[in-house]
Design a protein around this ligand. Structure first.
Ligand code: GCU
Length: 701
């Protein structure tokens, strides 16, 4: 049985007989000098992969036998040095080259890199060719990442609960660390390295100061030691008030000399244990977390405090831009460790959409060089569809990091099949017009638009200790896609889905075609059955599961679904034009032009920016109300279609995973219907219009 633990690294025997033969005869010998821990794991992976895929237990060769695979760097291999010199190749810091090489009667495959980690990445890329059944004659592949820091953010608490985690408990067992090294830590590192993820923030953004105490740092060191050979750096979240909580100081004021000294000492302590420690991720003055504003200082003062302490060691600060309404008092703990939820009366807040920009835009140019501002893809919070955050087009002097959420907090959590690559790409491809047309968000993130040497992208992990890591078997695809797109955002969603399916399930063409279609349809499906036409933030309060557009007492105005959809007798949607909150003014004029007129605004974003009459005529000729009915029904129909498609695939998938996905799709259909019925019946109380008879009539129970 297959339980999904192996992820996309199953290395099962190649089914295509012609290719199997090709691989078996081309891969008889290997040469890799294991002069470092990284080269040694590269060798082990290569041998394990080839043995599983071809059945060959291949022999080591000193020289360069016919049908051998040779991997290394100029430092580890004279052959590789000659090869790179002869071709004048420069794979770069993490890049690699895979090339078929023929001299006389000998044919060989070369995996060459400037550094050891490039060899490991090259080995994984080579194994991917075999796993996806590609021809390996005449290879010439050159690859290097577009973004420097490609990081998973674990929202894992020290007690092993995972904030917004739907796949079991945290994989970090703080109790048995540092002495017990779970095989999962190693397999986690392999999986990440296989897609080029090179950093991990181990702990929740709602941070616990204990993380930075000596006993925990020993545990962190143990993990860093496991991950190092795989090119993965460890990062931690830092709680702003740590100097008070664990340092015995009376303040955490970022300009206070003792506070500065405390963080400097703390960094010295960390780097003595973990010389390649990556740095800190910090959530400050956000949702009740402490921060510099509590001491009358700015976000820049706060970020620079950490930046100065880390700089001598080469570490970075990832300072989060996820802030809104710090004026609200937060007192009550709801989400577990560290996370605080408001209990006070709802207050009328400035449009939450605008707040990150208002807060950070004036600070552009005020951050140290080793600070990255980490911005969520959209202005609110990981909704099924958001316009890109206006900050991406607004802070040329600050390196901006992308924050995507792999865990499906607002996307059906652990039970819905939603392939997120199209969501990631939609944001990365969006044009900010910051420097005229062609200023895609991706070019802000990769540093090319404003010449930033330090670049990064983060994904909030969907990983837990469920046997298959991500709960829903298709959740693995989001982890995979994040890594692949962080490496190269030019890859298409379809291509990444296909690769993942081939490695994770089967190379059978019928299977791939059908399963890929399901994946590619899934994101639009969730948008349609949850939040079509630009609706957003209408889910259940707190847990964020299921529909609750009627809620108006969530504790703060800006958590109330009614605040976001603003449905009334006249229409529905949030007016963010100049006549409304004017959030649109935060975008470049060209972007404003796309969205500021409700007659020309892309209908995907319509209710993000406009309060639209129920009878408004849409592009299809339908009224807005009719269109809403149409979209909610289309969402349900898509899930039904996904279910039917999957049910035909039982011959191609092992029984365990087939059944698990089949049952989950059953839940997804039920819940798509729930969303549709709840939202349409609720909005109907305002529109007072009938649900056209051509659509399934919601069951009011
Ligand atoms: C969302 C999420 C929280 C999380 C927060 C953040 O609001 O619901 O659980 O802490 O984002 O990103 O900081």
């Amino acid at each position: 049985a297959e339980n999904g633990y192996e992820l996309w690294m199953r290395y099962v025997r190649v089914q295509n007989p012609v290719l199997l033969k090709q691989y078996q005869s081309a891969l008889k010998y290997y040469a890799i000098q294991t002069t470092s821990a990284t080269l040694s794991v590269a060798k082990n992976e290569l041998l394990k992969g080839i043995e599983g895929l071809t059945g060959n237990r291949i022999n080591e060769t000193q020289g360069t036998e016919n049908n051998s695979i040779i991997a290394g760097t100029p430092a580890s291999s004279a052959f590789i040095k000659r090869f790179l010199d002869a071709g004048n190749y420069h794979p770069g810091k993490e890049g690699y080259i895979i090339q078929s090489e023929k001299t006389g009667s000998k044919s060989r495959i070369v995996i060459a890199a400037d550094n050891d980690i490039g060899v490991l990445y090259g080995v994984f890329a080579f194994l991917r060719l075999l796993q996806t059944e590609q021809n390996i004659h005449d290879l010439f592949i050159e690859s290097s990442p577009k973004i420097q820091y490609r990081i998973l953010n674990h929202w894992d608490n020290l007690n092993r609960t995972v904030e917004r985690g739907y796949a079991g408990a945290s994989i970090w067992n703080w109790h048995t660390l540092p002495d017990y090294i779970d095989q999962r830590y190693i397999d986690y590192a392999r999986a990440n390295a296989s897609v080029g993820i090179n950093g991990t923030v181990l702990t929740n953004v709602n941070a616990n100061s204990l993380t930075l105490t000596a006993p925990y740092l020993q545990k962190v060191k143990a993990l860093a030691d496991v991950f190092r050979p795989y090119g993965i750096k460890v990062f931690l979240t830092a709680k702003f008030s740590a100097p008070e909580e664990i340092g015995g100081l009376k303040t955490a004021d970022p300009l206070n000399a003792e506070v500065k000294n405390w963080w400097r000492q703390k960094c010295n302590e960390i780097y003595a244990l973990i010389p390649d420690f990556g740095g800190f991720l910090i959530k400050a003055n956000s949702e009740g977390q402490p921060g510099p504003q509590g001491y009358g200082r700015t976000h820049a003062d706060g970020a620079n405090l950490f930046a100065d302490a880390l700089a001598p060691h080469g570490g970075i600060v990832m300072w989060r831009a996820f802030v809104y309404d710090v004026r609200v008092q937060n007192t009550n703990e709801h989400f577990g460790e560290g996370h605080q939820e408001a209990t006070g009366n709802a207050i009328a807040a400035e449009d939450r959409f605008k707040q990150a920009y208002d807060e950070f835009k004036p600070l552009d140019g005020k951050f140290r060089k080793n600070v990255l501002l980490q911005v969520k893809n959209g202005p609110i919070d990981f909704q099924p569809r958001e316009p890109f955050s206006p900050l991406f087009g607004a802070m040329p002097q600050t390196p901006l990091m992308m924050e995507f959420q792999l865990t499906q907090e607002y996307l059906g959590q652990g039970t819905h099949l939603v392939y997120e690559a199209p969501l990631f790409k939609e944001c990365l491809d969006a044009d900010t017009y910051a420097k005229g047309s062609g200023s895609a968000v991706a070019r802000v993130i990769d540093g090319s638009l404003n010449d930033h040497p330090v670049t990064g992208i983060a994904g909030v992990a969907n990983i837990g200790n469920d046997i298959n890591w991500t709960g829903h078997p298709f959740g693995q695809a989001n982890w995979y896609a994040f890594g692949r797109l962080a490496w190269d955002y030019h890859l298409s969603s379809a291509q990444v889905a296909e690769e993942w399916l081939r490695q994770t399930f089967s190379n059978n063409k019928i299977f791939i075609a059908a399963a890929q279609k399901i994946m590619l349809a899934s994101r639009e499906a969730v948008v349609n059955y949850m939040t079509p036409l630009g609706l957003h933030h209408i889910m259940g309060t707190g847990h964020h599961y299921g529909p609750a557009p009627w809620v108006d007492n969530a504790g703060r105005a800006d958590w109330n679904p009614v605040y976001y959809h603003k449905a009334d007798a006249a229409g529905i949607g949030f007016d963010r034009t100049a006549a409304g909150s004017n959030a649109l003014a935060q975008y470049q004029p060209e972007v404003q032009k796309q969205w500021n007129n409700r007659s020309t605004c892309d209908e995907k974003y319509l209710l993000w920016f406009h309060h639209v009459p129920w009878s408004f005529k849409m592009n299809t000729g339908r009224s807005l109300w009719d269109e809403l009915c149409y979209k909610y029904n289309a969402g349900v129909d898509s899930v039904r279609w996904m279910r039917e498609q999957w049910n035909r695939l039982n011959a191609y998938v092992d029984a365990e995973r087939f059944t698990s996905i089949k049952l989950l799709l059953g839940i997804q259909e039920k819940e798509a219907v729930w969303w549709r019925n709840a939202c349409l019946l609720y909005f109907q109380t305002f529109s007072k219009m009938a649900i056209p008879s051509k659509y399934e009539q919601p069951d009011k129970t």
